[in-house]
Ligand binder design. Structure first.
Ligand SMILES: [Zn+2]
Length: 141
């Protein structure tokens, strides 16, 4: 019994680690812990957490880039504030380098996002082109 609970607890923490949110309200059916994960409310007792993890192994790439963007933005702000009040030139250089690194991350994430968006656009454009050609062929004959 204790083993099952431990297993469930681990699954809950796994979900939280993957971006799930622990909800303050207990499950109305069993009073268990509820995790909000990918838009779904999952009860640690009623729902099979291991099944959910199997169907959704990795977080979507957009989740990762959004997280990285947030991280880099907050770090840039943090570093910029420190740089403002820093008087030691050597430390300023180090902070400036740090800033550049974070900006680099932001830039790479933006490019990564753009590539993903372009891929989708191309797929959509391809689909539209096929439909247009088919229509043109139908009207000319
Ligand atoms: Zn429940």
């Amino acid at each position: 019994m204790a083993d099952i609970n431990r297993q469930k607890l681990r699954s809950v923490s796994d979900l939280v680690r993957k971006g799930g949110k622990l909800l303050g309200e207990p499950c109305p059916k069993c009073g268990g812990v509820i995790v909000q994960y990918q838009g779904r409310n999952i009860c640690a007792n009623c729902d099979d957490l291991s099944l959910i993890e199997k169907t959704r192994m990795a977080p979507a790439p957009t989740d990762i880039s959004a997280r990285l963007r947030n991280l880099a933005s907050s770090k840039i702000e943090e570093t910029a504030k420190r740089l403002e009040s820093e008087t030691d030139p050597e430390k300023q250089v180090r902070l400036a380098e740090l800033l550049l690194r974070y900006i680099e991350i932001l830039d790479k994430v933006a490019k990564y996002d753009k590539r993903g968006a372009q891929k989708e656009e191309q797929q959509q454009a391809g689909a539209t082109a096929t439909t247009t050609t088919a229509n043109a062929g139908a009207s000319s004959s």
